[in-house]
Write a protein that binds this ligand. Sequence first.
Ligand code: FES
Length: 111
Amino acid sequence: MENPAPTATAATAEAPRPKVSITFLNNASMVVAAPDNSNILRVSLREKGGIPFKCGGGLCGTCKCTIESGREHTDAVKAKEKKLLTPEQLAAGMRLACQTFVSGGDISVSW
Ligand code: FES
């Protein structure tokens, strides 16, 4: 016997595109919506979030920031970040904005 065709069309028909929101705490707690898997520095540049930067490539450390909430929605720490941030800073939630992507939920960031 064949199984009947799946009937899971209702859930997919109205599923919104995934979005995350980033709160820029040092910028009057401005909240910005961005596509899932967004780079924090790119969103900051596009939306005038205000996170300082120079190289954009994980080399200078200017974009050091702290993920104050939603750390579980950031991707894994990169080798470049381990060069510029101490284990204590990483444990405290510090990241390089240019190297950090947000997906699966919202974050707030300070710098
Ligand atoms: S802007 Fe230079 S390390 Fe991020």
